[in-house]
Design a protein around this ligand. Structure first.
Ligand SMILES: [Zn+2]
Length: 50
């Protein structure tokens, strides 16, 4: 697979490599991945500090 530009921009539409369906912009994908990552880092049973 070749990219026409060496850099991926936030506004680029990313397509699934397997079937070609639209995954959204690079920015939206990054945002989703960040949210998932934040949930992974957060302990499930964190004690509540009040
Ligand atoms: Zn796909």
């Amino acid at each position: 697979m070749k990219f026409e530009r060496p850099e991926i921009r936030e506004t680029d539409i990313i397509k699934c490599a397997a079937c070609g369906h639209n995954l959204g912009t690079m920015a939206s994908i990054r945002e989703r991945m960040n949210k998932a990552y934040q949930q992974l880092k957060r302990p499930a049973a964190a004690p509540k500090l009040q």
